[in-house]
Design a protein around this ligand. Structure first.
Ligand code: EAX
Length: 316
């Protein structure tokens, strides 16, 4: 609820006088991304006395939304880093399966000098990496059978994000990776074009993927960052105070987004069981890591190995 001053300011400013800022993200408003975007909106509008109006829109094609932020048809994208490696190749280092030990490790790396150094790589690519957020650890769902071991995935058509590292990893596990935008996922699952997909619990719950997937295996095979990316011209038009306010609002967004991921991960598995999914909780991650090992070395050879080492060695 806006304080009275905020309401008076909002009432006093004709909409035309407000600078419009559009943030697109791929999920329902009632999701971990919606929570983050709403927190950015409320913090930035309050800090600028409503001189800016933040419009939150859903666009479930992440690559398209990032392209729109790059050319300036929207101001910002909030979503997973899935397709980001196609724009900023250095970010692919974050896509390596089993790289992060847990959320604390991932959040600490991203909020520290390693993550801030990666954000600096966006500017030369015509984007501004404003803040890291979170999608969560990804798990496998499918419509065919329980998956307890890598062998159970053999021949399974699995939708992946348009992400080269993920595609190579699923090939190494004997699956048939099928990359596509999130916007195409549910129709592909409904039509049987693919048997399975992989996403964090918050995404599975928010999109009711239990309606098109019977089995969930808690593989935690890769940590999926999210990110707030904005258009350079938009950021350049902000004066120093407004830019500081926007950066602070992005921090508030990250806190709200991560809190919602934590909550969804705590309640989501039971909720998916309640909705009828069969959930494999005891997963031998070592078996999946061993199955990936031969390919992992090749995948990592094409990435910044010194940075990978720093990430693995990072401690609180
Ligand atoms: O960002 O494409 C995906 O599977 C993403 O995880 C989803 O759009 C949420």
């Amino acid at each position: 609820m806006l304080p009275v001053a905020g309401l008076l300011a909002a009432m006093s400013l004709p909409a035309a006088a407000q600078t419009q800022v559009t943030i697109q993200h791929p999920l329902p408003l009632n999701s971990h991304y919606g929570a983050g975007a709403t927190a950015v909106k409320e913090a930035f509008e309050r800090a600028t006395n409503n001189r800016f109006r933040v419009n939150i829109q859903r666009n479930d094609n992440e690559r398209e939304a990032i392209e729109s932020a790059q050319i300036g048809t929207i101001e910002c994208y909030l979503g997973s880093t899935g397709p980001v490696g196609n724009f900023v190749p250095e970010v692919r280092v974050l896509d390596v399966p089993f790289l992060f030990r847990d959320s604390a490790h991932a959040r600490g790396v991203l909020d520290g000098e390693i993550g801030q150094g990666l954000l600096a790589r966006f500017q030369p690519r015509g984007l501004v990496g404003v803040a890291w957020m979170e999608n969560g650890f990804r798990h496998l769902t499918n419509s065919r059978r329980e998956v307890n071991t890598p062998g159970d995935m053999r021949g399974m058509k699995v939708r992946t994000m348009e992400n080269q590292v993920h595609m190579r990893a699923f090939s190494a596990l004997g699956a048939l990776p099928t990359p596509m935008a999130f916007s195409e996922l549910v129709p592909a699952l409904q039509q049987g074009t693919v048997d399975g997909q992989e996403n964090p619990i918050p995404v599975i719950v928010a999109n009711n993927l239990n309606q098109v997937q019977r089995f969930l295996t808690l593989t935690s095979h890769v940590y999926s960052p999210a990110i707030l990316i904005c258009n350079p011209a938009f950021m350049g038009r902000l004066n120093a105070a407004d830019r500081a306010a926007f950066t602070e609002a992005a921090r508030a967004g990250a806190a709200a987004n991560r809190a919602r991921v934590t909550a969804d991960e705590q309640s989501g598995v039971e909720e998916l069981r309640r909705r009828g999914m069969t959930v494999v909780t005891q997963v031998d991650n070592g078996a999946f890591q061993s199955a990936l090992a031969p390919q992992a070395a090749q995948i990592e050879q094409q990435l910044d190995q010194a940075l990978l080492r720093r990430i693995r060695e990072w401690r609180q």
